[in-house]
Design a protein around this ligand. Structure first.
Ligand code: NDP
Length: 322
């Protein structure tokens, strides 16, 4: 089968489209024929080496497809089932070996493409707005990179809960996309001081919570855009990893809360994975939330997908088609 592999860390050029051996399912595993793979920023961290990964590696964590073969003791699925998952390494491929515990059934009303597009960023949105910080109609929220894949979903989920949403973007085009996702107030953080603007927009008070996936350029100033006892949810590093801070800074800035979550600790329990996915799929089927597909590329062009994502040229979901 064909897959996108890395044998060394580096830029998008280290991604190669190779023939690799198709695995046989062991106990509790199944082989899924991939219909659509989702591209996520975390894939670029695995490629660059920012997050550790053993080499050689087939990249990709998220996909949807058809169960082709099951191993011993698989009880949840059978060949022919339509499944999706957010966190199985080796998903930039024609086939992937998937532990049954990590997959969910895709309802008939939902396309495999949308299921693949929604898993990682959608479940992250769910976890961050329901569990990391429970957003409600009183909440004032700042979302960085609000036109991005995760950003658009976060904006829609915060609006579903009745919050007021401020969103940062880099361009006019992205501003329109963020507005369509429900962002109430746009801040151009590339040319405006987002802290001053956020304070102005909240009558000097600051926001209750910041969802920061940008990291290096936004994290530290963001502490000044929070209300006293506000919550900083730092969940990504699109501009690089922020410098370490002294915990006393959180006291000085207003007894702030800081958390650095990753989705996988919010779906490690199968029941939690199923509950969050059930909500997410229902919202998609009912049209309560929408996923913007930025573009679809052939699997062989994964390097181009990484290049586009890292150069801020996307607004929404990037998909690969084996
Ligand atoms: P996005 O679609 O949000 O793409 C990244 C966006 O970040 C860009 O489009 C750009 O928007 C903004 N950005 C700001 N500064 C830079 C920079 N220097 N270089 C590149 N982009 C920049 O990607 P994703 O939705 O896939 O992921 C966003 C972040 O969220 C990533 O860091 C990812 O790791 C994280 N994430 C974390 C999860 C978790 O569990 N913790 C789960 C899912 C995502 P603009 O042009 O408007 O500035």
């Amino acid at each position: 089968m064909q897959a996108i592999r890395i044998t060394e860390h580096g830029g998008p050029e280290v991604l190669t489209y190779d023939a690799v051996e198709k695995a046989t399912p062991g106990t509790g595993e199944m082989v899924v024929r991939i219909d659509t793979c989702g591209v996520n920023y975390i894939d670029t961290y695995h490629r660059s080496g920012l997050y550790p990964v053993e080499l050689p590696a087939v990249l990709g964590l998220e996909a949807a497809g058809i169960v082709e073969e099951i191993g011993p003791e698989v009880t949840l699925f059978k060949p022919g089932d339509r499944v999706a998952y957010p966190n199985v390494p080796g998903s930039y491929a024609e086939y992937c070996l998937v532990p049954e515990s990590k997959a969910v059934l895709v309802p008939a009303e939902l396309s495999l493409e949308l299921a693949a597009a929604s898993m990682l960023q959608g479940l992250t949105g769910h976890a961050l707005t329901h569990s990391t910080y429970a957003v409600d109609e009183q909440s004032q929220v700042l979302i960085h990179a609000a036109a991005g894949g995760a950003g658009q979903l976060l904006a829609q989920l915060c609006k579903m809960k009745g919050a007021r949403v401020i969103g940062t973007v880099s361009t006019e085009e992205k501003a329109e996309i963020a507005k369509a996702a429900g962002v109430d107030d746009i801040v151009f953080y590339t040319r405006e001081d987002f802290v001053d603007r956020t304070r102005e927009l909240t009558d000097g008070r600051g926001v209750d919570v910041i969802y920061d996936s940008v990291g290096k350029t936004t994290f530290l100033p963001g502490l000044d855009a929070l209300r006293p006892r506000g919550t900083m949810v730092l969940f990504g590093n699109a501009s690089g990893a922020p410098e370490p801070i002294n915990p006393a800074l959180l006291m000085q800035k207003g007894s702030l809360f800081l958390t650095r979550p990753i989705l996988f600790h919010y779906i490690a329990d199968r029941k939690e994975l199923e509950q969050r996915t059930t909500d997410l799929f229902r919202w998609l089927i009912d049209g309560d939330i929408e996923i913007t597909i930025d573009r679809r590329l052939p699997l062989a062009e994964a390097a181009q997908a990484h290049q586009l994502l890292e150069s801020r040229q996307t607004a929404g979901k990037l998909l690969l088609k084996p």
